[in-house]
Ligand binder design. Structure first.
Ligand code: GLN
Length: 199
């Protein structure tokens, strides 16, 4: 069974722990470099990306995170977590850094004031069956992706789910819906990474 950490500096950590357990992973919170070293994969929760960025630097976990993502550790970010995985933020706040890993440019709070929070059915490539119920809360969208990144979903013409190698990101929050199919997709990515076909 894969052991998947949830970066537990700020945000909806508990909901991801529950969703990962429902998707047949062992899930545990991660705050420190020693804890990061012990997991097979990591989820970056929703929350506030500037706060998460600053706390990651403060806890000395930012560089270890970058190193593991560079090494190919599977990683999944929702909302603020998606922002953390972007190689570039269009409108960063001062002092805001990202881990990077996906060749994309994100726009924070992109869906705007009138629509700060909403739900919409989203078709996600790789998730079979009905569309996913997308919960968007002051959500970013992806302005553009580079050649290495695959767009998995769009909402009203805006990119809201992306995968590049072992890194997955969604603008929305499957951890808040009770539908664990996106988490299962991620757990499958983790299993495939742990058991390469060459073995
Ligand atoms: N707007 C938040 C940010 O910029 C993200 C919101 C969320 O994670 N629900 O970090």
């Amino acid at each position: 069974t894969p052991v998947i950490g949830v970066l537990a500096l700020q945000g909806d950590v508990r909901e991801h722990l529950i969703a990962l357990a429902a998707a047949d992973a062992v899930a545990r919170p991660v705050r420190r470099p020693e804890e990061l070293a012990e997991v097979d994969a990591l989820v970056l929760p929703g929350g506030e990306s500037t706060t998460i960025s600053k706390l990651a630097v403060l806890f000395g976990v930012m560089e270890p995170l970058r190193a593991r993502v560079r090494d190919g550790m599977p990683v999944y970010g929702t909302c603020a977590g998606m922002i953390m995985l972007a190689d570039k933020i269009l409108d960063p706040r001062s002092g805001q850094e990202t881990i990077g890993g996906i060749d994309m440019i994100v726009r924070r709070n992109a869906f705007g004031r009138q629509n700060e929070s909403f739900e919409a059915a989203v078709d996600v490539r790789g998730v079979a069956g009905d569309p996913v119920e997308g919960v968007f809360i002051r959500a970013p969208w992806v302005e553009s992706v580079g050649a290495g990144a695959e767009v998995l979903a769009e909402h009203e013409g805006h990119i809201v789910a992306v995968r590049q190698g072992n890194a997955l990101a969604t603008s929305f929050h499957p951890e808040l819906t009770g539908d664990h199919r996106v988490h299962s997709l991620f757990v499958d990515m983790v299993r495939a990474y742990r058991t390469p076909e060459s073995l």
